[in-house]
Design a protein around this ligand. Structure first.
Ligand code: SF4
Ligand SMILES: [Zn+2]
Length: 140
């Protein structure tokens, strides 16, 4: 990428800190406002920050604050919106009856417990007393 435009950037001759401090925000934006390479700077920062959420963007570039760039990135489809959180347990297959997991689910939900689940639970308990682990019963 051709970066000759950076030689014409107004901020080259300014204290870089003004672009990263709240108290000098207006000064930074004014500098960008009179900068001849603002368009190039804008595309460069958008490319550099591609895919980043607002928390990972910092400073004023092309007169835009991190939040403004993040919004523009979303509008341009450059940032994936965070996936909607699935409700707990969604998409997970329920344990079938006759397993200890199903037994515990019945218990948790206050459901009546069928014989198959009672048996699985009892077997698990026996294995546990025998070996100190219920994994043995389920591994077989
Ligand atoms: S527009 Fe970009 S290159 Fe120009 S002064 Fe602002 S930050 Fe620097
Ligand atoms: Zn059951």
């Amino acid at each position: 990428m051709n970066r000759d435009w950076e030689l014409r950037a107004v901020c080259r001759n300014l204290d870089p800190d003004i672009f990263f401090q709240n108290s000098t925000k207006a000064e930074a934006k004014a500098a960008c406002g009179r900068c001849p390479v603002r368009a190039e700077c804008f595309e460069a920062v958008m490319a550099r920050e591609e895919g980043l959420s607002v928390g990972y963007r910092d400073g004023i570039f092309a007169a835009l604050e991190p939040g403004e760039r993040a919004s523009l990135a979303v509008a341009r489809g450059q940032v994936r919106k965070p996936p909607k959180k699935k409700p707990r347990g969604a998409g997970r297959k329920q344990a079938e009856c006759g397993t200890r997991a199903a037994y515990h689910r019945h218990q948790r939900k206050g459901e009546p417990i069928d014989q198959a689940c009672k048996d699985a639970h009892a077997l698990g308990n026996r294995e546990y007393r025998r070996t100190g682990s219920t994994k043995v019963a389920t591994a077989r």
